[in-house]
Structure formats: structure tokens, C-alpha cells
Ligand binder design. Structure first.
Ligand code: HC0
Ligand code: SF4
Ligand code: SF4
Length: 568
């Protein structure tokens, strides 16, 4: 360890700590455009310079030495940062008026404001075609500032490596490997690269414009479902603490926006448990050839299996995701019960996820051209819709709830939004069935949290089952390889493509540091522990669905409406 001087104050610093890390710890603001807490070693932008004994050094790659005297705010530093910002601006379109990341989410805009950078260069420098080939992500390389964060998150965290840096004649570019468009690549649409991109080069595919127009003009009966994670994250867009459940204000906003019915995906998550739990029991009966069974509710994960590990397609549960089950039930059960023709029903989903857009477009998720889900917006788009319509979110009432009879969800359905939640919800119901109600365990805490791979052995009646929960595609890849080589065995595995589950989805509010994600997860489990309805099979709206319509889980009708197939 060393003692060094930073801005005139003596401080202890570990030899392995960079000066950037130390300054952040001390609350000294050092701007960064490439460095990010989720990534390892990004050292390209140079804006984090500090002065060390009179010399300018990048703080992200400088380690302490004896007698260091560090300054963080000298004119030389400011001049250097201004120069870097001006150079970036020279090559950046003046698009702030309409940019999706404007109003707080653009780090370049925020830093430029702080350094009072005024770009008078209004020449149109757009030279790249916008890549709209992906169902979930728009890629506009005109705005790229070459920070390489997208390259790193996709490779280091997701284990995919869709992007690469190339350099020709001294000009650097971020491209998709093999010269492909994003939609043609093995990208799974998880959207993690969107959240980490400091500018508007990567954004979700915009659906909010279309939705806003529809809400004002359409003759359709428009119903909306809200995913579990939204309830604990949308508040952030309105300065509410991450994790706080804002269900009532959200319902109020959606009513004001003109939706005919406001429902919850927690309801169809409970239905998923009935179907997937029954499927698991059937597969357990049939033996090892059908195992492990993988959850199939995360389209990022399903995309990954289809594109990169097709041998495991047979292991994916045949259940549609809760989003799709909701849509399919809206166009059948709901349509029949209220006698509204399914052609006249328009289903909107609010999801924390960019991959859900593509999931809703899949050919398997429609029948005779009628889609289960017609349109998907992300959490950020939902916030934008509320702001576009001048709704004062914070002053909305606190006593509103969802419409019946597809609005009630158990808290098992709610915790779907956190890594481990689908597994825990499934175990609550499967254990009830297999032990005839004898196993009273509700909480499976070892399966919660941010660890890459979590596992447990659970005795259910006559049988011991081995389960695992996987966080992120990078970890999933390692587990799949080990299963292929017979190095490990599990009966049932939950995989969520985003680190921490849907609370960290590609459509979540920005920024979402680990601390923020932890608060979201905490809020979700708090809701669960305070709930009196904690098991999917006890949800009265689900019981009524089976009694009045589906008859039994995995029965004939369910198979037709709620199950699907995969392809590669
Ligand atoms: Fe999720 Fe879902 S939990 S994937 O993260 O299973 O998007 O929140 O809505 O469908 O329920 C996302 C979140 C959902 C689905 C549910 C599942
Ligand atoms: Fe990689 Fe996910 Fe971005 Fe696709 S969406 S490029 S898989 S990080
Ligand atoms: Fe989407 Fe959730 Fe999967 Fe992320 S974990 S890709 S948010 S479904």
C-alpha cells in the first residue's frame, strides 16, 4: 500500500487499485466514456486524464507509486478533456433534438454540457446506413464514439462477441463480425450493449411512436400487459427509488393513456408455472432422455440456443413465455368470455426487454396472421410515452389495481423478473404437486441473487431433483459445454440472458449500476415476502381459467394455445 496526495489531501491507496477507482471512491468526479463498472479493461477514450507530478496520465491505467502528487482539476486537464470532446464532436451528428438517448441517458451530452462544449460544426457528417435489421435493436454508427464498450460487454459478459474493432488506413470502426448486419448475426437481442453505449449509437427499435398514434386513433380494443420487472423499475424514470413498487401509478398512467384494459404478466407467469411445472413432472417421469429441461421464457436465451446450440433445442420447455401466453389467452379466453372478436383485440406488452420485440414477431406466435402480442415497448419507451402525453406520474393515485380477470398475479409470478425467480416459483408449485402439499418450503434463497451459476438439490417426494439457475449468456455457454461433456447433470435449469434477470433487461432505465439492480431485486422480494398469495396454483384467476376454459395444464387446449416449437 502507498500513501499519495490527491488534490492536496494525503490518502492511502492499495497497490492494485487504479487512480480512477481511488478517485471514484473518494467521490472525486472523473469523467469516463469507455470505462464502465460492468467491464474489465476499457482504456481507449482518454478523457479520464489526471495530472501526476506535472504529467498527464490516464487514471484508468495508472497505479500508485511512492511520492505521487495527483491533481484532478488543473487547466491542463480541462484543456485535454475539452480537446477530446471537441474531436468527438467533429465526427458526431448534431442529432440531439431527436436522439433516443437525449435528456439524460447520453453520457457524451452530459459531459459536453459539464465542459461547456459548443459544437458549431453543422455539416452533415452522416455516412453510415442505419442498421434496422434486428427486431430489437437499432444501430446507428454515425453516432459511435469508438469507446468499445459494446464490443466488451458482448464478448466479456455475454460470451458472444458479435462486434469487433477494425482499423484501416488509421480509421477505426466497430463492425459486426463477418461484415453482417445485426439481424443476420448470432446476436440474441439481449440489449445489454444498448444500455452500456454512452451515446445514441445503439437504441431499442422504436415502437412508441406507433403506439402513441394507435392510442389516439384506433378503433381496436387495446389491452396492455405489464411485465413483473416494470413495477419495480419504471419509477426510476420519475425520480422514485429503484425497487419501489409503483403498480398503482403505472395503472393510472395507462388508463389515462387510453388503454381499454390494464392487465399484468404476473397472471400469465402463474399460468406458465402451471404448464411448465406439469411439463417438468412429465419429463421427470419419462427419464433422463428428456432432461435437463430448460426454461423458455427468456427470448434472449431461446435465441441463443437456436442460433448457437441447436442440439439443446429439445431441452427447451415447450411453454410459450408469459408474455406470449398472455397474448394467446387475450385472443382466445378473453375474447370468448367478453365476446369481442379476436381480430378486434390489440395486445400491447410493456417489457424490460429488447428481445421480447422479436419474440412477439415470431411466426410460431401467431395463428392465421393474428399475432398473440401485437406490439412491445420497453420500460424506457413506456416512460417516454408517459412524458410525451404530459402525464404527471408522481401525482397519480396510490390505490389503483389491475382489471380482472387476467390481472391478478401471485408473488411467485412477480419474482419471475429476478434471476432465480422462475425456478423458485416453479418449485413452490411442483413441490406442492409431488409431495401432495406436504413440502411447506416457500423460499429457496440459495437460488436468488447475482451469482453466475446457482444450484440446489431438492427432495420432492420419492425423488431428488437437481436444479440450477444461470445468470447471463456467458455463464450459460460454460454450463452447456459441461453438460455436453457429461461433466455435470441437472434436471431443471433456469436461464436468463441478462445478469440478474429481467430487472437488468436491455430495455431497463439507464443507468443501471449493480447497486441499482440490487435495489430492484430487493423490492421484488420484499413484495413477495409481504404477499399473502405466494404460489401460482393458488391464484383464483388462474384456477378459474382452468375451470372455465383450459380444463387442465398441458391438456389439449393448452397445448394448442400455450405451447410452441423452436427451430434453427
Ligand atoms: Fe421478464 Fe417474463 S419475467 S421474461 O424477465 O418468464 O421481459 O419482467 O415479463 O414473458 O412474467 C421480461 C420481466 C417478463 C415473460 C414474465 C418470464
Ligand atoms: Fe451482443 Fe446482446 Fe448486443 Fe446482441 S444485443 S450485440 S448479443 S450484447
Ligand atoms: Fe429479456 Fe429478461 Fe431475457 Fe433479458 S433476461 S433477454 S430482459 S427476457
Amino acid at each position: 500500500n502507498f500513501q499519495i496526495e490527491i488534490d492536496g489531501v494525503l490518502t492511502d491507496i492499495e497497490s492494485t487499485q487504479t487512480l480512477l477507482e481511488k478517485c471514484k471512491e473518494l467521490g472525486i468526479n472523473i469523467p469516463t466514456l469507455c470505462h464502465h463498472e460492468d467491464l474489465g479493461s476499457q482504456k481507449v477514450c482518454g478523457i479520464c486524464v489526471i495530472e501526476c507530478n506535472g504529467e498527464l496520465l490516464k487514471s484508468c491505467e495508472t497505479y500508485p507509486q511512492e511520492n505521487m502528487i495527483i491533481k484532478t482539476k488543473t487547466p491542463k486537464i480541462i484543456e485535454k478533456r475539452e480537446k477530446i470532446l471537441k474531436d468527438i464532436m467533429e465526427n458526431h451528428p448534431n442529432d440531439c433534438l431527436t436522439c433516443e438517448k437525449s435528456k439524460g441517458d447520453c453520457e457524451l451530452q452530459n459531459i459536453s454540457f459539464e465542459y461547456n462544449i459548443v459544437n458549431r460544426n453543422l455539416v452533415d457528417i452522416r455516412k453510415y446506413e442505419i442498421d434496422n435489421s434486428s427486431s430489437g435493436i437499432t444501430r446507428n454508427m454515425n453516432k459511435c464514439i469508438l469507446c468499445e464498450r459494446c464490443v466488451a460487454i458482448c464478448k466479456e459478459v455475454q460470451g458472444l462477441g458479435i462486434y469487433e474493432v477494425i482499423e484501416a488506413d488509421g480509421v477505426k470502426e466497430i463492425v459486426i463480425k463477418d461484415g453482417k448486419l445485426l439481424g443476420e448475426s448470432k446476436c440474441v437481442s439481449c440489449g445489454q450493449c444498448i444500455k452500456i453505449c454512452p451515446v445514441g449509437a445503439l437504441t431499442e427499435k422504436n415502437s412508441v411512436t406507433e403506439l402513441n398514434r394507435l392510442l389516439k386513433n384506433s378503433q381496436k380494443h387495446i389491452v396492455v400487459q405489464i411485465a413483473p420487472a416494470i413495477k419495480h423499475t419504471i419509477g426510476e424514470e420519475f425520480f422514485i427509488t429503484p425497487g419501489v413498487d409503483v403498480t398503482s401509478k403505472m395503472v393510472g398512467a395507462l388508463k389515462k393513456l387510453g388503454f381499454d384494459k390494464v392487465f399484468s404478466t404476473d397472471f400469465s407467469a402463474d399460468v406458465t408455472i402451471m404448464e411448465e411445472g406439469t411439463e417438468l413432472i412429465e419429463r421427470l417421469m419419462k427419464g433422463d432422455r428428456e432432461l435437463p429441461m430448460f426454461t423458455s421464457c427468456c427470448p434472449g436465451w431461446v435465441n441463443y440456443v437456436e442460433k448457437s446450440y441447436p442440439n439443446f433445442i429439445k431441452n427447451l420447455s415447450s411453454c410459450k413465455s408469459p408474455q406470449q401466453m398472455f397474448g394467446a389467452l387475450a385472443k382466445s379466453y378473453y375474447s370468448n368470455t367478453l365476446n369481442i372478436p379476436k381480430e378486434d383485440i390489440y395486445v400491447v406488452s410493456i417489457m424490460p426487454c429488447t428481445a421480447k420485440k422479436g419474440e412477439s414477431e415470431r411466426i410460431e406466435m401467431q395463428e392465421n396472421g393474428i399475432r398473440d402480442v401485437d406490439l412491445v415497448i420497453t420500460t424506457r419507451e413506456f416512460a417516454k410515452l408517459i412524458k410525451m402525453n404530459n402525464i404527471d406520474f408522481n401525482s397519480l393515485p396510490d390505490d389503483l389495481t389491475y382489471d380482472s380477470f387476467m390481472g391478478l398475479g401471485s408473488s411467485a409470478g412477480r419474482i419471475f423478473g429476478s434471476s432465480g425467480g422462475v425456478m423458485e416459483a416453479a418449485l413452490r408449485t411442483v413441490s406442492h404437486i409431488l409431495t401432495d402439499g406436504q413440502l411447506k418450503q416457500i423460499e429457496f434463497k440459495t437460488l436468488r441473487g447475482f451469482e453466475n451459476v446457482k444450484s440446489a438439490e431438492i427432495i420432492l417426494g420419492e425423488r431428488k431433483i437437481k436444479v440450477a439457475v444461470i445468470n447471463g449468456i456467458g455463464s450459460a455457454k460454460k454450463v452447456l459445454d459441461a453438460i455436453e461433456k457429461n461433466k455435470i447433470y441437472f434436471d431443471f435449469i433456469e436461464v436468463m440472458a441478462c445478469y440478474g434477470g429481467c430487472i437488468s433487461g436491455g430495455g431497463a432505465p439507464i443507468p443501471d449500476s449493480l447497486e441499482v439492480r440490487k435495489s430492484r431485486m430487493k423490492g421484488m422480494y420484499l413484495f413477495d415476502s409481504n404477499s399473502t398469495l405466494r404460489k401460482s396454483h393458488e391464484n383464483i384467476e388462474v384456477i378459474n381459467l382452468y375451470k372455465n376454459y383450459l380444463k387442465e395444464p398441458c391438456g389439449h387446449k393448452s397445448h394448442h394455445i400455450l405451447h410452441t416449437t423452436y427451430s434453427n
